[in-house]
Design a protein around this ligand. Structure first.
Ligand code: 2X7
Ligand code: FE2
Length: 325
């Protein structure tokens, strides 16, 4: 049982209405689930990528403490060509296999979807002029990006989810057009959360720098073989992370196009911009729970604790929480 550290405080009394409680940048290399050896994943490992996995453990505690109604995740590996799609089947179950790393990720997923919230997001997105659609096929196979981020943040799978696709526009259109779409999608998501009264967590399933090695060691989890792809890529990651740590969201938005171009950063798929927009481009400094590479790519687990910033408290810190009473 996780020590929630705020036994005397009901988190719902701190945040009773529909709003975004926190946002997480939650990268999805399948290696992280492989390293954990959960019962849902068939391949077995001897561990690996611990600093990133430990970073996720800290997020799990925070999420349990917040008792959110729903977790929304935007994933680059659910690519849609026409519009933005939302998972809208009450219960989804099946086997998800990573097409590039099937020897690492064959995961039996089972999740409850918050369909009314998904429908509200579609309505709000449509009202803002976006093309938005329901994914209501009962046997839809959920992508590994969605699953890895959600599993790492909440391996108990006891919180309903809304999965959001990545419209492929960044790869067809200009940066400005594509990211403008994500800003609108974030805005629509926030409005839907508020109108449906959900206490929500938003999750951007993105790696940072994305140039990577194309040879795998014999033992994938042999960490003596894991390194950042290049010093240049590392410096870019640090520059972007530093802006997050300082809460310099405007500078972050300014630097993203060059970052995407120079490091092929996966944030190009729009998940991070969608999340920042949904959160109202917060000046709250992000907590960096951990940074690590996976086949050379840069990955950071970061948290924007909006509800903590609003109430000037940390729900996992008993002393502060008790003071609030
Ligand atoms: O999807 C990914 C990724 N973004 C980064 C690293 C390794 C594998 O898969
Ligand atoms: Fe990816």
């Amino acid at each position: 049982m996780v020590d929630r550290g705020f036994a005397n405080v009901d988190p719902k009394s701190v945040s009773p209405q529909g709003e975004i409680l926190a946002g997480f940048l939650a990268p999805h290399p399948p290696h992280l689930v492989y390293g954990e050896n959960p019962p849902q994943n068939k391949p077995r490992s001897k561990g690996g990528w611990e600093p990133l996995r430990w970073a996720y453990e800290k997020c799990r505690e925070k999420i349990k403490a917040l008792e959110p109604d729903v977790i929304l995740v935007h994933s680059p590996h659910w690519q849609t060509i026409v519009g933005h799609h939302f998972l809208a089947v009450p219960q989804l179950k099946g086997l998800s296999v990573d097409p590039i790393f099937p020897h690492l990720f064959q995961y039996n997923f089972e999740m409850n979807v918050d369909v009314p919230l998904a429908e509200a997001c579609i309505q709000e997105a449509t009202d803002l002029g976006l093309t938005a659609k329901k994914m209501d096929h009962p046997n839809f196979r959920v992508d590994y990006g969605t699953i890895v981020s959600l599993h790492m943040l909440n391996p108990d799978w006891d919180i309903p989810v809304v999965g959001i696709s990545a419209n492929n526009s960044p790869y067809y259109y200009s940066h400005d057009f594509a990211q403008d779409q994500m800003i609108k999608l974030g805005e629509a998501t926030r409005r839907a959360i508020e109108k449906t009264g959900r206490r929500a967590i938003v999750v951007a399933s993105n790696t940072l720098s994305h140039l990577h090695f194309d040879r795998e060691p014999d033992i994938p989890e042999d960490m003596s073989q894991e390194a950042v792809y290049s010093f240049d890529q590392y410096q870019w990651d640090m520059r972007v992370i530093d802006l997050m740590r300082q809460g310099k969201v405007d500078e972050l938005m300014e630097v993203l196009p060059e970052f995407m171009e120079k490091t092929f950063a996966e944030v190009r798929a729009g998940s991070l911009v969608w999340m920042l927009s949904a959160m109202g481009f917060p000046k709250t400094p992000a907590s960096i729970h951990g940074y690590g590479t996976v086949i050379g790519t840069g990955n950071v687990v970061a948290e924007w604790d909006l509800i903590g910033a609003k109430n000037n408290m940390d729900l996992t810190t008993q002393e502060t929480a008790v003071c609030q009473k």
